[in-house]
Design a protein around this ligand. Structure first.
Ligand code: AGP
Length: 603
């Protein structure tokens, strides 16, 4: 998945394209490039690695022109080399692409004999378009004919030699926005990219293509008919945030959690009752909740499953989006389908939402970006109000996803008569105590920093938890592997003896996330099984748990006491800090770890 941008402006576009690409770097940072048309001449610059390399290149080898397209890449087809970087060019055509062309092998075979330079699927688009132009088609006709041959998911922008005032934009499966300026026009993967340029946005719909000129955009639907798409005025996009004195965005975002959590708590409750910041929600006729998400967001859902079951007595399924859709699960009209996504653009989650549409009784989403595709395609989109999250490793968004999910479970509990208003108020009071508890957990940062040195030497780390701490263990392991590149796995404590315990020896640290809850004694037994095999246990528990755990643990981190049902929210903090400090010890790129992107917009 990648970020694309296009500008038909009145000024030199290279710096504008690079600025817009900066705002899209969350989609990938394997390489970047731009192409412009200057006096009818098409030219491009591309550089491997982060955008800063392209900026440096442009200082030494500038690119003039007032029309241009740009791209930041997360490699799918072909390694992150300059040859594979976008824009791809064939003769008079340059193309930037987000998505995957599934029939590119057939297309490429059909184009054999043409001078391909890259291993990408995208270059076939440029070659095909150029071939149509060689056969006498105009740029517009050639682009439309090319689109007709493409299978898969894409957002595309074409730029043509000899055309100072034309970008052809197209969308199928991947989102694309058109921005309206004053005598200028823009194209971008999302509204964030275009934020500083305009607040007037038209979103292309599935199958749409547009001829964009400085006068406006002529939009056609998938059947080629002229289409009238609404132009929206969107809320000003948050400016590029800074690190507020922290070394990394991830650290800043971890330390912001008490504040952003307070914001969510205030928005979702009032006077001891759950309230919603917008819309109505009635779970009384819902007989099942299905939650679908990817990565960290899916672990938030897995934690919330315990809440919906225990607080609302509601059967609840949690699915990974990439599996859900293709399994073709039956979806009851009496069910509520809930899609959780920080970015709101994750391709698998969006596809899963589309699968459930028309089948589930209601499509809800929990997102951090209200203008995102997932939000726009939901019956009700609930914001997590976490503010812009820049670090690829999700932290504060996870916290606020949990906050919103906890409120929904309590609301469902009251509406289904599973809990009474007194219990609702007690649970909300427990949640209200959390920001202060998070601050106490954050105060453990220096201790955690000191203790992670040894973890950084490990080749493999296990995380254990029971009940809602099990998905928290999965999340702890994901955080560690994402940014420290250390192999890590999360297991349900009771499951260890069914196989994974074979991994345990004195070189394998085992992080046990275990507040003193009703199952604590059982977790201690599982810990003893690890200790008996010379495993090094790092126990994270509260004061009572620390007292009762017995001897032999490698190290103990004492956390504040909390209602165990909400413990995952509190224990997220040490899990995040362990990953962060281990990554610092290892010297990895914390905010933009290798091979990853903030938003995964391909399947
Ligand atoms: C989190 O640390 C990850 N980078 C990743 O698992 C992420 O949570 C996942 O890709 C889902 O993203 P979304 O919330 O934007 O849909």
């Amino acid at each position: 998945m990648c970020g694309i941008v296009g500008v038909l402006g009145h000024h030199e576009v290279a710096p504008i394209l690079v600025e817009a690409l900066k705002r899209l770097e969350y989609r990938g940072y394997d390489s970047a490039g731009i192409a412009t048309v200057e006096d009818g001449r098409l030219d491009r610059r591309r550089a491997v690695g982060k955008l800063v390399n392209l900026s440096d290149l442009l200082v030494h080898d500038p690119l003039a022109g007032k029309s241009g397209i740009g791209h930041t890449r997360w490699a799918t087809h072909g390694a992150p080399t300059e040859a594979n970087a976008h824009p791809h060019r064939a003769g008079r055509v340059a193309v930037v692409h987000n998505g995957i062309i599934e029939n590119f092998r057939e297309l490429r075979a059909d184009l054999s004999g043409r001078p391909f330079e890259s291993e990408t699927d995208t270059e076939t688009i440029a070659q095909l378009c150029e071939r149509h132009m060689e056969a006498g088609m105009s740029p517009r006709e050639a682009a439309v004919a090319t689109l007709g041959a493409l299978e898969g998911a894409f957002a595309l922008a074409f730029l043509f030699e000899g055309e100072n005032d034309l970008i052809v934009a197209a969308r199928k499966g991947s989102p694309l926005a058109i921005g309206h300026g004053d005598g200028e026009m823009y194209v971008g993967s999302d509204a964030i990219a275009l934020g500083p340029l305009t607040d007037r946005i038209t979103y292309l719909e599935e199958g749409d293509y547009a001829f964009v000129t400085r006068d406006g955009a002529e939009i056609h639907d998938a059947r080629g008919r002229l289409a009238n798409r609404e132009m929206r005025t969107i809320a000003p996009q948050a400016a590029q945030v800074d690190k507020a004195g922290h070394r990394h965005f991830m650290a800043k975002e971890i330390f912001e959690q008490p504040v952003v959590l307070s914001t969510a708590l205030a928005a979702y409750s009032s006077a001891g009752q759950v309230t919603l910041p917008e819309g109505d929600l009635d779970f009384s006729n819902t007989d099942r909740v299905t939650m679908v998400a990817c990565g960290t967001a899916s672990y938030a859902c897995a934690i919330a499953k315990y809440w919906f079951e225990q607080l609302a007595g509601l059967p609840c399924d949690v699915d990974i989006a990439s599996e859900y859709r293709y399994r073709e699960p039956p979806v009851s009209p009496a069910s509520t389908a809930l899609f959780v996504s920080q970015s709101g653009e994750t391709a698998d989650t969006l596809a899963a939402l589309r699968y459930a549409r028309g089948k589930a009784g209601r499509i809800l989403s929990i997102v951090n970006v209200p203008e995102s595709s997932i939000a726009r395609e939901s019956d009700l989109a609930l914001p997590i109000l976490a503010g812009v999250e820049v670090g690829v490793a999700s932290t504060k968004a996870f916290m606020n996803q949990l906050a919103v999910l906890a409120h929904l479970a309590i609301l469902a509990g009251r509406q289904k008569g599973h809990i009474d208003p007194t219990r609702e108020a007690e649970l909300l009071a427990d949640l209200a105590r959390l920001p202060a508890l998070l601050n106490q957990a954050l105060a453990l940062d220096p201790k955690i920093a000191k203790r992670t040195g040894k973890l950084a030497e490990a080749r493999s780390v296990l995380f254990l938890g029971r009940g809602p701490m099990y998905p928290m263990a999965l999340e702890g392991a994901l955080k560690l592997k994402e940014i420290s590149y250390i192999h890590a796995e999360g297991y349900a404590s009771g499951e260890l003896k069914h196989g994974p315990i074979a991994l345990v020896d004195k070189t394998v640290p085992v992080v046990v996330l275990a507040p003193r809850d009703a199952l604590f004694d059982k977790t201690v037994s599982n810990m003893q099984e690890v200790l008996a095999r010379e495993g090094r246990v790092w126990l994270i528990t509260d004061a009572t748990g620390a007292q009762e755990a017995g001897d032999g643990v490698w190290q103990t981190l004492v956390m504040p006491e909390i209602n165990p049902i909400f413990a995952p929210m509190l224990y997220a903090v040490p899990a995040q800090l362990i990953a962060y400090h281990t990554a610092l010890h290892k010297g990895t790129d914390v905010d933009q770890p290798r091979n990853l992107a903030k938003s995964v917009t391909v399947e």
